[in-house]
Structure formats: structure tokens, C-alpha cells
Unconditional design. Structure first.
Lengths: 366, 380
């Protein structure tokens, strides 16, 4: 026990002394949190559109006005020329071209059915789908408003978004980004740190001391475990003060889950450090694994949208489970019973990965 | 010249010898293409729906059937009270709830409108609004099918046609990417990402390693000129970078059928221009640091993160707050992503892309001058 304390103390001194490391642990996460939560958004407002109005009637002008007044669009250009609209789409200055045919009002009055062409820049990915949905909604509203004789709706539908009624992207991203930060600190630092001892040859020195491998690993990982929890607290404070994110569940529960999750993250770092020879390799391999984990975690895009095999594969991804826990606790106010399943999977992963890592580590040093 | 060739060979051996790093450099982009193709999607389907129906009757059963038959929804729970769904919402087993009021059918037949609450999990805002739109369209369709007989009774003596609500049919064309395939969008960004890793990060690390191990001194007293040292150090990484990018392009084309509508030559040329910018950044980083660790952190925070986050690679630049949009303008990756997407998806050439190309060229010029100067200063 005393030996662990000494080694952990040495490790803490190392961390405190090393300015670069300290910056990596304390400053970088805050900057990342500030930039990421502002940059990582798929929100859509003021989409530039191009209007090609061949009809030029009260009806067509009313449609254009409605599009402009909806708050979703700004009319960036208008001319009765398809070529100009095409040009604007190609140059990327507008996201959608709205083409109103010359018989728009006439057919709307006579037949009651008229068409409008929406050319959306598919280059924008998911934004293109939402832009299209907004435009369709505006058109439907206009058609509705034009038919006062239509029967009043029999069903009064009210729509409510639960947990995020204002549809704020930051409320969604910050709890996820916190997970990414904790993962980076846990895995990258642990891998880099042990790889460095290897590279410098000081690992050999430790191996000839009476310290056991178990003690060594505990002493090495303990400071980073504490740092990870510290980073989480820092991130939560920034999230609360700067972004005013919701904290509906118990923070104690979140920290408890983080404590389990950090063991997994650190064990992965330990495993990587046992596999590599140099710091450079440690960094690249960690980078490789962490990027794949983050992309597959549902942090940026919902797990439900992934291909079926990818959804199954993501079950063994610890990041996915902690992202789920973090969002469930902070946004939905979930209690221990609701997060029991992901938490159990995390605990099981902790045991498995740690024992694999320790075994791997043993092989390398003997 | 022979000295330069010697340095090139030495550097090449370094790269080939370090199998793990090489595997990451070539393997990561290849795996990412697959991930972006299959895993990174935002379309919403197979929505887990919960039904709250305190008093089932023929109308609620009919509407429930409509939801089940729509193909988008799967009913996973039917309960009498909304509170019964709370835990399911929290675990994520239910994404949306349709809440009927008691006596739905009798109200529907009577004079007061029957009320219906659609409650969706809006944790992720875009999914939340898509879910709401899907549910609304199911209810609207049901209502439309209900109303003709009723309205013909209510409004007697009027022409049926005038009574019918007006309809505007939007004809949507998704230009450049009709199926909105995410791999089509990510491949251009992935190229920028790969080129940045290899050009900036690897160059910075390999130059600082020579410094850290003291072999830079040896190189300096050799007959090699400073420019030759830089060329010798960075040229092999260029080869690896180009190989990786061509690999990504071929894989994207063969596996996902990602289009390449414009000129390949122009794309490779713009790639070379972008590589110059990234290399210059890498040399700058290495000139201002002396340890590999610092170089890694600076290169990671200074080049990798901005190039991934602020380039429009994953998140659209238009959605960012104004200050970040301004910062994004000095990120070289932003311009390269625009160019690569333009060439690959839209098939446009320099007549549309001259502005972006000029900006990249200007960045390359400024950074190259700055980096050779900083390198020389270190040598003296």
C-alpha cells in the first residue's frame, strides 16, 4: 500500500511539473468543449434560397413572401431564369432553388392543385432533408390558408419535444462531448505515459524494484483516474455556467458511472501501451481506436440510424454506453434503474479489458 | 544530389520500418470510409413508438393501425397512462409517444375536436423534429380520409370541387447527391483529413524527432543544403499521403460508387496545393518546438482539430455561430473541402472554384515563406 502511495505521488509530481501535460489535461478540454459545442451543430436557420418565379401573380408572390417570413429562409436571389438558379446552386451560394411554374395561380384557382419545384443542394447532406421538409411545410400552410371553406380539423394535434423543448443542439452535444474529453484524457494519457517510461528505459528500472505489477498498474492509473474525474467536473462546471445545460438527474450517479467508465478507458490505454514501443506509436494507435470509438458511439449521429450490423457492433463500444448514460442522466433525469443495462455492460467491459491488458502487459515485460 | 537521394532513402526506411504507424496511416482512412458509408447516418426509420390509450375505441384502434402500417413506426408499448412510459423514455426504448384522450371516438363524432398529443424524444433536435413531422403526416392522412363524407354533409349545396382544400405539390429534386448518401459527402472531407494527418502531423513529428535525438546537428554539418533537408524529410511522407488519398478514392468508388464527376487531374492538383499548405504548417510547428510530445499536442490542437471541426467536413459551416464562421475562413481544410466536393459531386471546374483555389494558393505562399524562414533561423 505504501509503495503504491509513493509511486502515485511520483506520478502526480510528474504531471504537475509537466506544463505541456497539464495544459493537455486542463486547458485543452475546456477549449474543445467551448469550440466543439458551438461548432457541432446541424441547426438550420436562414438558409439562402434562389427564387425563379415564372408566374408573377399574387399567389406566387405570396408563396415567396411566406418562405421569406418563415425564418428558415432568406431569399438570396430572384430572377425568372433557370440558368441563373443553376449557376447559384453550382457556385454554392444558395442551398435551394424554388421554381414556380407560369400556370401556378391559374391551376391553383381552377383545379385546386398546383406544383412547385424545389431543387435542393444534396451536397448539404442531412441539412438538405430538413430544408426540404421546412419548404414543404410552408407550401402546405399556404395551401391550407387558401382554402377557407375546408372543414375545420376534427383532431386537435399538439406536438411536444420532450427533454429538449427548445430544440437546442448544445443541450444535446455538451453531455456527449464531456464523454469524449474524459475518454481522451483516460486513454491517450495513460498510453502515452507508460510508452514514455518504456522509451526512456525507466520501465526497466521499475521492474527490478520490489513493486509488484498489480501495484505498479494501480499506481500508474490512479492519478489519471482522478484527472479524468477532475476533467469531468471541470467540463460540467463550464457546461453549466457557459451553456446552461440541463442537469435533471443525480450528479452522484453520473460520477459513479464515470468512475466505472474511466477504468475501461484507462485499461484500453494500458493495453495500447503494452502493444507499442514508442510514444509516437502510442499516440497514433490511440488516435485510431478513439476515433473509431467516437464515430460509432452515437455522439454525433444517432445509433438508431446506423446500419444494423453497426448497431450490433457498437454494443461492445464502451463510449456508446457512457454517452447513453450521460445523456440519460443529464437530459432525461434517469435514475439507477434506467441506466442499469449500459452500466452493467460497462462494468463487465472494465473487468474484461483490464484483465486482458494486465495479461498483455505481463507478457511484454517478462 | 546523391546526398539528397541518400536522405530520401533513409527517411523511406524509417517509414517502412515502423509498421504500426504505417498501418494506422493507411488503415485508418480505409476503415473510416467504411464507417462513414454504413454507420454515420442521420436518416430516421423504425421509430419505437409508445401508445397511451386510456379507453381504446374504434377510432384510436384505427389510428394505431395507421401508425403501425406507415412503415416508419413500430409500436413497442401500449399503456393506459403517460407516466407508465416515463422509464421507457429515459432508457431510450421509446422514442415517441402518441397520447389519446379518453373518449376519443365520441369526441371525434361530436362537435368539440378530439385532442391528441404527440410527444417525441427531442434530445437530438433534428431527430426530434423529423419524428414529429412523420407523426403529423400520419394523423393528417387519417383526418383527410375521414373528412370528405362529413364535409359533404356539413356544406350543402356547394360545388364539391370548391370545397376541397387546395393542394400544392412540391416536386423535389436533390441535386448533386440524389440519395443523400453520406459517403458521398464524407469522402472529400476524409481526403482533407488524411492529408492533414500525414502532411502536418507526421512532418512535425519526424522533424522534431531529429532534433530530440540530436541527429539534426549531424544533418546540418553534412553537405546537404537546408532546402534539401526539408525536401528529403517531407517528400517520403508526400508519397504516403498521396497513396493513402488515392486508396480512399478507389475504395470509395468501388465500394460505395462515390461519383467523381469533374476532372481527376484538377482534383489531384488541388490536393497537391493543399498538401503544400499542410506541410508548411507542419514545418512551422516543428520549428517552434523541440520535443515530440509538444509537437504532437501543438499539431493536434493547431491543425487536426480545426481541420476536422471547422472545415464543414462533418458539421455545416453555415450552422455555426458567426465568430466561428470567421475563424473557419482561415482553416485551409474548409476551402479544400469546398473544392473537393465541387469537383467530385458537382463536376465543376476552375470557372467556379477559382476563388477557393486562389485562397489556398495564397495560404500556401505565405506559410511556405514563413516556414522556410523559421527553419533557417533555427539553423543559424
Amino acid at each position: 500500500m505504501r509503495r503504491i502511495a509513493f509511486l502515485a505521488q511520483a506520478e502526480i509530481l510528474h504531471i504537475v511539473r509537466d506544463r505541456v501535460l497539464l495544459a493537455q489535461v486542463l486547458v485543452a478540454p475546456i477549449i474543445q468543449l467551448l469550440i466543439l459545442s458551438n461548432a457541432a451543430t446541424f441547426e438550420i436557420r436562414d438558409t439562402p434560397i434562389y427564387v425563379v418565379d415564372f408566374d408573377r401573380t399574387t399567389a406566387s408572390r405570396a408563396v415567396v413572401d411566406r418562405l421569406g417570413a418563415s425564418g428558415h429562409f432568406t431569399v438570396a436571389g430572384a430572377a425568372p431564369s433557370l440558368d441563373r438558379a443553376d449557376e447559384a446552386l453550382l457556385a454554392g451560394t444558395v442551398t435551394m432553388a424554388v421554381v414556380i411554374p407560369h400556370d401556378f395561380e391559374e391551376s391553383l384557382v381552377k383545379v385546386g392543385v398546383a406544383s412547385v419545384e424545389l431543387s435542393v443542394n444534396g451536397e448539404k447532406g442531412s441539412a438538405a432533408g430538413i430544408v426540404q421538409a421546412y419548404a414543404t411545410q410552408v407550401l402546405a400552410d399556404y395551401a391550407q390558408a387558401r382554402s377557407p371553406t375546408a372543414p375545420s380539423p376534427r383532431i386537435d394535434v399538439r406536438v411536444r419535444g420532450r427533454y429538449n423543448p427548445t430544440l437546442d443542439y448544445r443541450d444535446y452535444m455538451v453531455p456527449g462531448i464531456l464523454v469524449a474529453l474524459v475518454t481522451m484524457v483516460g486513454t491517450l494519457l495513460a498510453a502515452q505515459n507508460i510508452a514514455r517510461e518504456k522509451e526512456l528505459g525507466t520501465l526497466e528500472q521499475l521492474n527490478v524494484t520490489p513493486i509488484t505489477r498489480g501495484e505498479f498498474i494501480v499506481a500508474k492509473l490512479l492519478p489519471f483516474w482522478v484527472l479524468g474525474l477532475l476533467d469531468l467536473s471541470l467540463g460540467l462546471i463550464v457546461g453549466r455556467l457557459v451553456f446552461d445545460i440541463p442537469m435533471r438527474g443525480s450528479l452522484l450517479l453520473l460520477f459513479g458511472a464515470a468512475a466505472v467508465y474511466l477504468v475501461v478507458a484507462l485499461a484500453i490505454g494500458l493495453w495500447i501501451s503494452a502493444l507499442v514501443e514508442t510514444q509516437q506509436q502510442a499516440m497514433f494507435v490511440t488516435f485510431f481506436i478513439v476515433i473509431i470509438y467516437l464515430l460509432m458511439s452515437g455522439l454525433f449521429t444517432p445509433v438508431d440510424s446506423m446500419a444494423p450490423w453497426a448497431q450490433v457492433a457498437s454494443q461492445i463500444n464502451p463510449v456508446r454506453h457512457f454517452v447513453t448514460i450521460s445523456r440519460a442522466v443529464l437530459m432525461k433525469g434517469a435514475g439507477p434503474a434506467e441506466i442499469a443495462r449500459p452500466l452493467l455492460i460497462l462494468a463487465a467491459s472494465a473487468v474484461v479489458v483490464l484483465s486482458v491488458a494486465v495479461r498483455q502487459y505481463r507478457k511484454r515485460t517478462v | 544530389m546523391t546526398a539528397l537521394i541518400g536522405l530520401l532513402r533513409k527517411e523511406w526506411f524509417h517509414i517502412l520500418r515502423d509498421r504500426r504507424t504505417l498501418a494506422v496511416l493507411l488503415g485508418l482512412p480505409a476503415i473510416q470510409v467504411v464507417l462513414f458509408g454504413y454507420a454515420i447516418r442521420t436518416d430516421v426509420n423504425d421509430v419505437r413508438l409508445g401508445i397511451v390509450d386510456p379507453s381504446p375505441d374504434h377510432a384510436t384502434l384505427a389510428l394505431r393501425d395507421r401508425f403501425a402500417a406507415s412503415g416508419v413506426f413500430r409500436i413497442v408499448a401500449t399503456v393506459p397512462r403517460l407516466a407508465d412510459l416515463d422509464a421507457l423514455f429515459q432508457t431510450g426504448d421509446v422514442q415517441q409517444a402518441v397520447v389519446f384522450e379518453p373518449g376519443f371516438a365520441s369526441r371525434l363524432a361530436g362537435s368539440t375536436p378530439a385532442s391528441l398529443l404527440v410527444l417525441s424524444d427531442a434530445t437530438e433536435p433534428n431527430t426530434g423534429s423529423l419524428l414529429q413531422a412523420y407523426a403529423l403526416s400520419v394523423v393528417e392522412q387519417y383526418q383527410r380520409d375521414l373528412s370528405p363524407p362529413m364535409s359533404s354533409v356539413r356544406v350543402q349545396g356547394r360545388a364539391w370541387r370548391a370545397d376541397r382544400p387546395a393542394v400544392i405539390v412540391p416536386q423535389t429534386r436533390m441535386r448533386f447527391n440524389p440519395t443523400r448518401e453520406s459517403s458521398n459527402l464524407f469522402v472529400p472531407g476524409l481526403m482533407a483529413f488524411v492529408l492533414t494527418i500525414i502532411s502536418s502531423l507526421m512532418t512535425a513529428i519526424s522533424l522534431t524527432r531529429e532534433k530530440e535525438t540530436g541527429t539534426m546537428e549531424t544533418l546540418l554539418v553534412s553537405p546537404l543544403r537546408p532546402w534539401a533537408i526539408i525536401v528529403g524529410k517531407v517528400a517520403p511522407y508526400l508519397v504516403v499521403g498521396f497513396a493513402s488519398v488515392v486508396g480512399v478514392l478507389v475504395e470509395a468508388r468501388l465500394v460505395f460508387g462515390v461519383p467523381l464527376r469533374g476532372s481527376v487531374l484538377l482534383l489531384l492538383g488541388e490536393g497537391a496545393l493543399y498538401i503544400l499548405v499542410s506541410l508548411a504548417l507542419g514545418i512551422l510547428v516543428s520549428a517552434s518546438t523541440s520535443s515530440q510530445r509538444v509537437a504532437m499536442v501543438v499539431a493536434l490542437l493547431g491543425t487536426m482539430l480545426p481541420n476536422v471541426l471547422l472545415s464543414g467536413f462533418v458539421f455545416p459551416v453555415e450552422s455555426m455561430p458567426a465568430p466561428l464562421q470567421v475563424i473557419a475562413n482561415v482553416v485551409p481544410g474548409r476551402w479544400f473541402v469546398l473544392i473537393a466536393r465541387g469537383i467530385m459531386l458537382k463536376g465543376i471546374g476552375l470557372e467556379y472554384l477559382w476563388r477557393e483555389t486562389l485562397i489556398l494558393a495564397a495560404m500556401a505562399a505565405v506559410l511556405l515563406v514563413a516556414s522556410t524562414r523559421s527553419f533557417k533561423e533555427r539553423l543559424v
